[in-house]
Design a protein around this ligand. Sequence first.
Ligand SMILES: Cc1cc2nc3c(=O)[nH]c(=O)nc-3n(C[C@H](O)[C@H](O)[C@H](O)COP(=O)(O)OP(=O)(O)OC[C@H]3O[C@@H](n4cnc5c(N)ncnc54)[C@H](O)[C@@H]3O)c2cc1C
Length: 283
Amino acid sequence: MLASTEARGAEPGPMVPAPFVLRAKRRDTADTWTLELQPREGGRLAFAPGQFTMLSAFGTGEVPISISGDPNGEGPLVHTVRAVGLATRAICDARPGDVLGVRGPFGGPWPVEDLAGSDVLIVAGGIGLAPLRPAVLALLARRERYGRLVLLYGGRSPDQLLYAEELKAWSERGLQVAVTVDSAGPEWLGHVGVVPRLVRHARFDPARTVALLCGPEVMMRFAVSALAQSGVESDRVYTSMERNMQCAIGHCGHCQLGPTLVCRDGAVYPWSALARWLAIREL
Ligand SMILES: Cc1cc2nc3c(=O)[nH]c(=O)nc-3n(C[C@H](O)[C@H](O)[C@H](O)COP(=O)(O)OP(=O)(O)OC[C@H]3O[C@@H](n4cnc5c(N)ncnc54)[C@H](O)[C@@H]3O)c2cc1C
């Protein structure tokens, strides 16, 4: 289909996956891999922090995956993928040289461009750090524009944490980093407990803070409430929502959440725009 569309000289539509070659992969945790992809036909996929693509291993399915690479760089398309089911397992099993399908990028950005002069508090749980990594890199690339930059990150155990080496490098570049795990052995000298508990230890000025959140919904609810107790209201809290998605262009309705379609209107939203709908069970 792609070949015949190109033969007619037309642009392939947004439903047609482009072939990307897997150039390199790195194992982050037992079930999570970071993949570097390049368009088979050359060029680079430009994107904004917070956008996602529809990624497919041919014959297994297509899934929304956030872009976790550097939005400022000229490098490859980077995705960090947790193998939880048929499609994500096949994507993580791909080997360098294999071809994966990519549609997108889709969705709106974290509001990084609007945060000059603000303190920025990033709160991530588990794989939720992947969609936030491009925002961290964009903020650090222009560090002087912002006030305090804080990352609060939690995982189930120390071996579940993503980007461990990078966390150190980020803290040397001016990001306050606090990491916590749900449980750990005696070799772990850091915090133990859930991420929202770190909020009260972090140093930021609530009156000029914007928070970016991504992780399991329960973690985000508790983080929003901890932030409110610290004086950061929910209209200054942004989150990236995960919903079952198929078309990613606002046609199929699979990702509907109340009056909004996550693929078209999100996946990044101000928490205040969603709170009413998230309060309804199973919506
Ligand atoms: C906007 C957006 C961005 C996303 N970004 C990322 C990303 O950067 N990295 C990433 O790894 N995933 C990301 N996801 C989640 C990813 O799309 C799903 O994990 C994927 O669709 C699962 O498809 P599958 O066919 O592999 O599994 P399925 O066969 O659909 O599911 C297999 C089993 O895993 C369970 N499952 C499905 N999703 C998850 C999940 N997220 N966590 C735990 N269990 C799950 C299902 O309930 C089912 O029991 C994102 C989702 C959205 C909507």
